[in-house]
Ligand binder design. Structure first.
Ligand SMILES: [Fe+2]
Length: 390
């Protein structure tokens, strides 16, 4: 086959792609014309799945990820670009600390998953054993599921709806690539009960990665809400993942419960005013020109809304409530694209146009043993912040 084949999913949210034969094992080898087709598909469908990529090397994954963003700035030290979280995500107090380790030869690629992998096992070229912990909502949600709900009723939760981004100093990556190298069989099913009076529930394969479209989320808003969103700047806390490290999330993973547990700004590691991220609430898709509602509901600090020639500010607790009301309809089960993993799946998503969440409980779920999973994830801080184009 010489041409790239695109198969769109329902509602044109998500698609699967078959690569032309010359690039079948390495999409970073696509010709500029074929790559442009892939890039166009990404901006149109927002989530792209390329099967059978288990042999993709960390170097090629890095090169491919970088191809999507011409504004990426290489570091002066080593000529390579910054991982989307820089180095801070391994800070002792960060809620991201346990989520992975880096590929030694290509530190922008993170190894995520569950279990111990010996040196030389597929996906572990680090020359030593690695130990991975799958993020479970049980350590992050305010009211986690009971062990009976997890083990006997096979329930799980959306761990944290988010955009991949440091949200301090660095700009959000345009694209994230996620490669499933070792995954549990996708035949195992778990259920998310929304448990919020809506009666909604979502069945998904164990460890599915969930996506919602920021475009659909924006389109669904009332005219009044659209007006609010288009005129609002979201201010994030300095070192946001450390700031929220003692707080707990709502049971749908959309935002944090406000009970005063955030660190005070003076207890955070040193921070600089000019590195605080103030991003528009709506990011415009550079290809389709559609507006996407893009907020990290767990890390937000304040909302600043232009009303006439005045700016009205909502402080954190009210800002969370407001954002929650705008975001909650988007995660209804009928709107969620839940990707159940097969080994070799390469998922590329437009990080500035979707929100995503980990799901799945892996501890003790394989006849009393932990499930094993290993993935390679790469995203690179962009050279520019996303903008609303009116
Ligand atoms: Fe993520």
């Amino acid at each position: 086959m010489t041409k790239l084949q695109i198969k769109p999913f329902d509602r044109n949210f998500g698609c699967s792609i078959e690569l032309p034969s010359y690039a079948r094992e390495d999409p970073s080898l696509l010709t500029p014309n074929d790559f442009e087709e892939l890039r166009t598909a990404l901006y149109n469908y927002l989530v792209v799945i390329i099967p059978n990529q288990e042999k993709l090397s960390p170097k090629s994954q890095y090169l491919l990820t970088k191809m999507f963003d011409k504004t990426i700035v290489d570091s002066k030290d080593d000529g390579e670009a910054n991982y989307g979280h820089g180095k801070e995500f391994r800070h002792e107090n960060s809620v991201l600390k346990k989520d992975g380790c880096s590929v030694k030869s290509q530190p922008q690629v993170q190894i995520l998953g569950q279990g111990t992998f010996k040196a030389g096992e597929p996906g572990n070229e680090n020359g030593e054993d690695i130990h991975l912990t799958h993020p479970s909502h049980t350590t992050f949600h305010h009211e986690p599921l009971s062990s009976e709900q997890i083990r006997e009723k096979n329930q799980t939760r959306f761990y944290r709806w988010h955009i991949d981004s440091a949200l301090y100093g660095l700009s959000p990556p345009k694209v994230t690539t996620l490669l499933g190298i070792k995954v549990p069989p996708s035949s195992k099913v778990q259920t998310i009960e929304y448990d919020d009076g809506s009666g909604d529930s979502l069945q998904l394969s164990q460890g599915a990665t969930c996506f919602v479209s920021g475009k659909e989320a924006f389109d669904r808003l009332s005219n009044e809400e659209k007006d609010f969103a288009l005129n609002t700047i979201v201010e994030y806390a300095p070192h946001p993942y450390i700031f929220i490290s003692r707080a707990k999330a709502t049971k749908d993973g959309l935002t944090m419960v406000s009970e005063g547990k955030e660190l005070s700004l003076s207890d955070l590691p040193d921070w600089e005013e000019e590195k605080i991220k103030k991003l528009p609430m709506v990011w415009t898709n550079p290809l389709t020109r559609e507006h996407h509602l893009q907020v990290h509901g767990c890390c937000l600090y304040k909302l600043h809304t232009k009303k006439g020639n005045k700016i009205e500010t909502l402080e954190m607790e009210d800002a969370r409530k407001k954002v929650y009301s705008l975001m909650r309809p988007a995660i209804a089960s009928k709107n969620v694209l839940a990707h159940g993993w097969s080994e070799g799946d390469l998922v590329i998503f437009f990080n500035q146009g979707v929100w995503h969440s980990v799901t799945g409980e892996f501890k003790g779920m394989n006849n009393g043993l932990d499930e094993k999973r290993l993935m390679h994830q790469c995203n690179i801080a962009s050279g520019e912040d996303p903008v609303t184009v009116f």
